[in-house]
Design a protein around this ligand. Sequence first.
Ligand code: 6GU
Length: 287
Amino acid sequence: PESTTGPSFEDCSATAEWLLSQTDIRPLVGIVCGSGLGGLAEMLKDQKAFKYSNIPNFPQSTVHGHAGMLVFGTLKGKPCVCMQGRFHLYEGYSIQKVTLPIRIFKLLGVKTVLLTNAAGGLNPDYKVGDIMLIKDHINIPGFAGNNPLTGPNEERFGIRFPSMSDAYDKELLQLAKAVGVELGYGDFLHEGVYCVLGGPSFETIAECRMMHKLGADAVGMSTVHEVIVARHCGMRVLALSLITNQAVMNYDSQKKANHEEVLETGQLRAEQLERLVTSMVDRIEDH
Ligand code: 6GU
């Protein structure tokens, strides 16, 4: 990992200024697309897209299934910015670099962040293809000091000790549930707790059992760091997981987690997930 300081406020500002000089779109909603869920970015109208490699100070995306583009445009007439592909700790970036785009969102004027991810189901009631609205998280890397806010606090973004008991916006959760039911997704829509691990190796059976016992419903390798940084700087957050596979919980199972299955399920339910996010954007009140 790099130093614990991460990109400076000035670096973030320079990147945001550069982006704002390249497009007239002034996004109010920032969207992060998880593995296999990048199709969402293609639904934006009047697009202006930037390859991560062309954006000053931006990290590069290295994972198959993540496109590596920052897309500006409108969704249902609302100005949005969308990360088609995110950064992960397991790619070797510092945790500050992983979450840099969220601070860029803030400086672009974003008020609400919608995050998606692919996750393994720990709750035995969850089936492959189900959607879980994240109501809370367990930050395992954070237990060991790997928190994106580690280092000197940048007061221009937020306070030293932000609360996380209100991380997932209750109004947005209510709205997402209502919109999901309206769309006919009630049968495969859950509300649950997401547990983050560093990856890239998948969990052992004992680790899955432990996380489930501790109250986690799904497990993944992303999102939580971004949520912490978004809340630190006062943006509202809605996050949702597509359950792409069931985590292996018992020693008789012949199954094992793999990235191909994750991407395939992404395709299976991508349309529904895209419709849910699009409808959410439509219904979000700007403030
Ligand atoms: Cl089973 N585990 C983790 N850590 N991440 C995942 C996953 C499982 N399925 C999709 N993403």
